[in-house]
Design a protein around this ligand. Structure first.
Ligand code: 5AD
Ligand code: SF4
Length: 450
């Protein structure tokens, strides 16, 4: 961190977010905050006076990326004024003052619970003062953020942050802190503001989103299902989604909502992580393979077409070939519409990092390949099974060719359509073809819905 050296105040900024959707949400909010303070969004990182790297710490590869990015920024700036660099997000929280020690080009370090202070930190950096804030204040940062504006068709809304589950491999409880639910009123107000700003779909976000609880406007305690039902009544909002959920917080009420809330989309991201009960126990997951499968059955009983998504870790310490086969067995039993799978990455400070029997990298590689081959096959199979269905598609962006648009099906598949519907339009589409990663649809002319 360069100190005792004042520098010009930045006029433009660029926020680059890595990792999960919660980081994407934070990135948008930081951009809104900087704009509200009079700075302009630059078209690219190269054109910005301030670059915010909104980082992810979940796996080593993600965490190390920030340092290669800083190196690239410094190299590109050679010979001219180097942009101000802010490191935000979970690496900032986990590594704090270590970051400017390792990368002296960094001017600002700001954790995920403190980014409402970013304008002050920028002013400190301009004045040549140290600018580091990784506090987890009691007062919510959300109250200090400007109102939502300018939305695409689909918007994120963070309703819950942090995690108390302490899975033994995971840094989230340390970087994002304890589970905190935002208040009902603040969420409903933000949802209304998002709809007023053009959003037709809202995805409620949280590290453990289905652990959300709060008192409604009449003082009654509600769970996530209550919140979803309240948003269902919001005029102008067409679709509701939520992620990421923990199996243990999948309440009867939330399952029931999948059966009777019209705007709640048939998609559930419910990570199981592994299929061996021994490994699940060592992971401190507090569910086993059988209870997970029963849960999926109960959700499918109320919403048979629901798309199931998940996260998987291969090569957790002590995972044997037989344990890994148990993972494949669970995957086959579930049938996924999509999934994310990762090699186990030891994270500093987590219990699993010091467990015996760390799995060799080449074994992890081989297991990951086998798992991903199966998951890809399932995803393609799910996509093929959608061909012939008629469904709503929410148009989100332009496609490659003139008139082509890309939107999302209820099951979160990307659907390509022609005839140039407007972004934000919810069109009825016949799905006519499926690829591994996207679908093709034709708009049902007489059913073009606003
Ligand atoms: N190594 C590999 N994957 C991890 N995840 C969390 N921690 C680790 C780790 N140490 C995965 C989990 C989680 C997803 C967001 O990232 O599958 O659900
Ligand atoms: Fe990490 Fe487990 Fe919490 Fe998910 S539930 S954020 S994997 S500790």
């Amino acid at each position: 961190m360069r100190r005792d050296m004042s520098r010009p105040a930045p006029k433009s900024f660029h926020v680059k977010s890595f990792g999960c959707q919660m980081n994407a949400y934070d990135g948008t909010r930081m951009a809104e905050l900087l704009e509200a303070g009079g700075m302009q969004a630059a078209d690219s990182a190269e054109a910005a006076d301030l670059i915010v790297l909104n980082t992810c710490h979940i796996r080593e590869k993600a965490a190390e990326k920030v340092y290669s990015d800083i190196g690239r920024i410094v190299k590109k700036a050679r010979g001219r004024q180097q942009p101000m660099i802010a490191v935000a997000g979970c690496v900032a929280q986990a590594e704090g003052a270590e970051i400017p020690r390792r990368a002296p080009a960094v001017d600002i370090v700001v954790g995920p619970q403190a980014y409402h202070n970013l304008p002050q930190l920028v002013a400190d950096a301009v004045a040549g003062k140290p600018a580091l804030d990784t506090d987890m204040p009691v007062a919510s940062k959300f109250d200090a953020l400007p109102k939502r504006r300018r939305q695409g068709a689909s918007a994120f809304l963070t309703v819950q942050e942090g995690c108390d589950k302490f899975c033994t491999y995971c840094v989230v409880p340390y970087t994002r802190g304890a589970e905190v639910s935002r208040p009902w009123g603040a969420i409903v107000d933000e949802a209304k503001a998002l709809v007023d700003a053009g959003a037709r779909e809202i995805t409620l976000l949280g590290q453990n989103v289905n652990a959300w609880t709060g008192a409604d406007d009449r003082g009654c305690m509600q769970g996530l299902d209550g919140l979803i039902r309240a948003l269902d009544a919001l005029p102008g909002l067409a679709r509701i989604r939520y992620m990421t959920s923990h199996p243990n917080d999948m309440t009867d009420g939330l399952i029931a909502a999948h059966g009777d809330v019209a705007k709640l989309m048939p998609f559930l991201h419910l990570p199981v992580q592994a299929g061996s009960d021994r490994i699940l126990k060592a992971m401190n997951r507090s569910h086993d393979a059988a209870s997970y499968l029963r849960l999926i059955e109960r959700v499918r009983a109320v919403r048979p077409d629901i798309a199931i998504s998940g996260d998987f870790i291969v090569g957790f310490p002590g995972e044997t070939d037989a344990d890994f086969e148990d993972t494949l067995t669970v995957v086959r039993a579930v049938g996924h519409a999509m999934a994310f799978s990762f090699k186990y990455s030891p994270r500093p400070g987590t219990p699993a990092a010091t467990m015996a029997d760390q799995v060799a990298p080449q074994i992890m590689d081989e297991r990951l390949q086998r798992l991903q081959a199966l998951l890809n096959e399932q995803q393609h199979g799910f996509n093929l099974a959608t061909v012939g269905k008629r469904c709503g598609v929410l148009i989100e962006r332009d496609g490659k060719r003139a008139g082509q648009r890309i939107g999302k099906s209820p099951w979160l598949q990307s659907v390509i359509v022609e005839d140039g519907p407007a972004i934000g339009e919810l069109v009825t589409v016949d799905i006519v073809a499926a690829g591994p990663n996207s679908m093709t649809g034709t708009i049902v002319a007489e059913q073009r819905a606003a």
